[in-house]
Design a protein around this ligand. Structure first.
Ligand SMILES: Cc1cc2nc3c(=O)[nH]c(=O)nc-3n(C[C@H](O)[C@H](O)[C@H](O)COP(=O)(O)O)c2cc1C
Length: 458
């Protein structure tokens, strides 16, 4: 008997910005609506489309500083709206949660610049208000401009960012998991008791970066800790993901490379005592589709006509700190970075270093040579996704729209039915917390094997 396939996870990858990471010049397309980034009506439409399509989550990427590396100033980033402007995605969530019932929301928050006490309070609040439909993409930030916005002369080094993040997580868990007993709240008018005496306690954390007395100000929420997403791909990032992440996000496209990386992260997680299946995985994907193959190809060519490599070079400079405006075409390009290591474009193992010209040529396509892109009829796209997920071992995909809202509409109307036909899409997902949707056992709370779950008391 052949086993029926397990449905994949699907989320919409968005950014409260005009020029989103990965699609830096696409807002200039005549059909694109990204200029309406500040309109709540537009976000309402996006959230409702995502909910009607039964996507698992709306994911918000974000930055805390302008992309000011290219040519040594932010002028080009502002002209091209590369990751600019950047409104605060946290503020969209309560409004959109009120309009939806099942859709979850994943927001980034920075361990380098937030304080764990206030972030725990904010997530505790959002988790209550949304009925547990909240995830946190744990990021450390890769921008010098963000460091300067928060009173630092320099961005912390890669390893130091993760070291700080480790202590941040410890405080965060102590507050949200450890400071209130699960049964602390009795809320009994008759005995005039809200919380049982002795069931809520300080955390008295004194560490290298934080001193926090506690307890948390919010009462235990449906998930307590938001569902944890993380996107480390460097060895240090993988270790962090293995310890903390419930969903890892991948910046890679080659299915065999993904499979190798996932095996490494899962083996690290196993060593830390986390069970198989504790760390799920999703990759960013773009989809260009239309009813016939030739229409899909025409759509792709139309997108290519809108795409501008200049905007991509501004994006690459901001992501990695590598400024191609300083290089002639025949010069070898550095791969050294204190920014996003996993975004650096490199030659194959043992090959000559790439020149700036090689990288410019790679970026001349709207697929940028680096993106996971599925182009074709809806049936062909569904087949490509089936093939990619079976080789890579990914649990799902984040749809990164090239055109907003057209790419989402195409996915919802054309591709979802084809995926559903193949058993790869859950068209009747359960409501409830985000974590319960992702976990095989349907639990709302962190697993007891997780470093946060270990701190929870009955
Ligand atoms: C899908 C995806 C989304 C990301 N979103 C953000 C984000 O919103 N803000 C941010 O500062 N970094 C973001 N990052 C960067 C990661 O947090 C991380 O810095 C990056 O993957 C490099 O980690 P590494 O140096 O451990 O490999 C994202 C990465 C990926 C792959």
């Amino acid at each position: 008997m052949t086993q029926s396939p397990t449905p994949l996870l699907f989320a919409l990858y968005e950014q409260a910005s005009v020029g989103c990471g990965g699609a830096p010049s696409m807002w200039t397309h005549p059909l694109d609506e990204r200029l309406q980034v500040n309109s709540l009506d537009r976000w309402r439409d996006t959230a409702l489309t995502a909910e009607q399509a039964n996507l698992d989550a709306l994911f918000f990427a974000d930055v805390l500083g302008l992309y000011d590396v290219y040519g040594g100033s932010a002028d080009a980033a502002l002209q091209w709206a590369v990751e600019a402007p950047a409104t605060d995605p946290f503020m969209y969530v309560p409004a959109l949660a009120a309009l939806t019932e099942r859709l979850a929301f994943v927001v980034r928050a920075y361990t380098t610049y937030e304080h764990p006490f206030s972030l725990a309070r904010r997530f505790g609040t959002l988790d209550h208000l949304s009925g547990g439909r909240i995830g946190w993409n744990i990021v450390t930030s890769y921008l010098s401009s963000a460091a300067r916005n928060f009173g630092m002369d320099e961005m912390l080094k890669h390893g130091d960012r993760y070291a700080r993040a480790d202590e941040f997580m410890e405080v965060f868990y102590k507050l949200l998991e450890g400071s209130w007993d699960q049964s602390a709240v009795v809320a009994d008018k008759e005995s005039r008791t809200y919380a049982r005496p002795g069931s809520v306690r300080p955390i008295s954390h004194v560490g290298e970066h934080y001193r926090v007395d506690g307890p948390a100000l919010t009462s235990p929420s449906p998930q307590r800790t938001p569902t944890l997403f993380q996107a480390g791909w460097s060895p240090r990032g993988r270790q962090f993901a293995a310890e903390h992440a419930e969903v890892i996000l991948l910046p890679k496209k080659e299915p065999h490379e993904i499979a190798e990386g996932l095996a490494d992260i899962r083996s690290r997680a196993r060593t830390l005592g986390r069970p198989d299946g504790a760390v799920r995985s999703m990759a960013l994907a773009r989809i260009v589709t239309a009813p016939t193959a030739s229409e899909a190809q025409e759509k792709f060519e139309d997108l290519q006509r809108t795409y501008r490599v200049e905007a991509q070079l501004v994006s690459y400079a901001g992501d990695t700190g590598i400024d191609l405006s300083q290089y002639r075409d025949d010069e070898p390009l550095t791969t050294e970075t204190n920014g996003l290591t996993s975004y650096v474009v490199k030659g194959g193992p043992g090959s000559e270093p790439l020149t700036a010209g090689d990288v410019r040529r790679k970026f001349s396509s709207v697929t940028r040579g680096t993106d996971l892109v599925f182009v074709g009829t809806p049936a062909s796209v569904a087949e490509q996704i089936a093939e990619h997920s079976s080789v890579s071992g990914l649990d799902g995909y984040m749809i990164n729209p090239l055109i907003r809202p057209g790419s989402l509409n195409d996915f919802a109307e054309l591709v979802v039915p084809e995926l559903a036909k193949r058993g790869l899409y859950d068209t009747d997902p359960q409501s409830g917390t985000l974590r319960s949707r992702l976990r095989a056992d349907g639990a709302d709370l962190l697993d007891p094997s997780h470093p946060g779950g270990r701190l929870r008391r009955p």
